[in-house]
Design a protein around this ligand. Sequence first.
Ligand code: FAD
Ligand code: MLT
Ligand code: ZN
Length: 486
Amino acid sequence: VDKFPGHVRNENFKKITEQDVDFFKSLLGETGVVYKNEDDLFAFNTDWMNKFRGKSQLALKPKTTQQVSAIMKYCNDQKIAVVPQGGNTGLVGGSVPLFDEVVLSLQNMNNIRGFDDVSGVLSADAGCVLEVLDNWLGEKGYMMPLDLGAKGSCHIGGNIATNAGGLRLLRYGSLHGTVLGLEVVLPDGTILDNMATLRKDNTGYDLKQLFIGSEGTIGVVTGVSILTPHRSKAVNVALLGLNSFEDVQKAFTHSRKELSEILSAFEFWDINALEMFKKHAVTKAAMENEYPFYVLVETSGSNKDHDDEKLNNYLEKMMENEVAQDGVVAQDETQIRSLWAIREGFTEALGKEPAVYKYDISMPVPKIYECVEDMRAHLTQGGVLGKPDSAVIDVVAYGHVGDGNLHLNIAANRHDKKTSELIEPYLFEWVAKHKGSISAEHGLGVAKNEFLGYSKSPVMINMMKTIKNLFDPNGIMNPYKYLPTK
Ligand code: FAD
Ligand code: MLT
Ligand code: ZN
């Protein structure tokens, strides 16, 4: 399978020579350079979904910002293309090379630089794993302001580069608000030290914002300072079974009203997602009966009695009004974890299918499930869904209701032209028609870049190209991705 159809190597980029490798070894030592070792390079060349695969012969593992700077200066002078790589959990093929680009891995830059336990500001290297940071903060009574299923592998630098949203954006907001400062190495090696720890600073353009969500196209994030909230003493998780997406919306509006300041997550999935999870995971049923829709509600507060009372009142109302057909409340930490394990397990379960078309879209909440139903009807009409030998196995939906973010996944027996052409650009047209975004949180990478025009105007795309050229005139950073190439 051609993993990158339609792409051609840009011959302006230099091919790596032994002399280049000697330079990198002199800078990083033997252990900081992985060269021409197929086995060791495999992980750097292959994305999390095993969908995209590059052919890089060289991965570099610097330990300091100065080393990153020296690498970038050398690559810029020599016109060597570079792909910054964090935990390699990205879902749009952005973190792996297409051809022979050098992989610049941040995995050896994993020191915590400092923590202020009055303001809750944490400063850390970009290669720190999200879960490691969260556990470290946990001992101090704090937590990271974002959480996602990939927390055990993704880096905070990768989170910033993708502007990851995750499971608690509803409560703690986006990284555009919580990141206070960044240290970034620009493509020519310049170190932009903007490691501010201030909440307020109106002295000019807020440059760090440009790098949040820039997917490694204009600089390498090497350090971050981020505002972290107090870890809540009382956490409750409830699972609801519902009959319709309309009821999901009612449950959501009520949760905002009734649970208000203690609401920390509101996630949904459909029965198809649950079936997919059960197919691949060993799990005990959380509910006796099955329902077309499920909602996970989490509350986090400082007073358990108060939170229990609020949640119980909410659940009672949902059952009395027949918004929810069933409800369970986790009784201890183990049950909390197993309810979250269902929600966080869909990505991995889908990854075990022969093929999966992943979409991550945002739109007004009332439209979310219409989109799923429309896609099912469209694929059935197109002849690829609904028969025993159909290419498509199932259309699975889950997502962050509170953020208007739907994860639409089409599991298939194979990637084939007919199915791909039925989905794209049909889905993007649907999203654009409803004023949505074709990528709510996973980014563009190599999977969505050619479709950017469905979410951004020509004026905006031109401005993005101008910014790219300003920072990276040689185009060496993460080429072929992010911006449309055609
Ligand atoms: P990578 O995958 O290594 O890289 C992603 C992009 O960022 C690439 O373009 C890369 O070049 C660039 N990059 C990485 N590090 C740097 C750096 N230091 N400087 C400059 N550029 C860099 N995303 C969400 O938003 N919400 C979710 O809930 C969510 N859940 C997920 C669950 C699972 C199980 C998985 C596998 C993925 C999930 N993701 C989610 C997708 C993914 O975006 C995040 O996992 C994460 O933010 C990527 O971080 P990473 O360190 O793995 O980055
Ligand atoms: C999620 O919310 O689970 C993630 O964004 C990953 C996915 O979409 O599969
Ligand atoms: Zn998500």
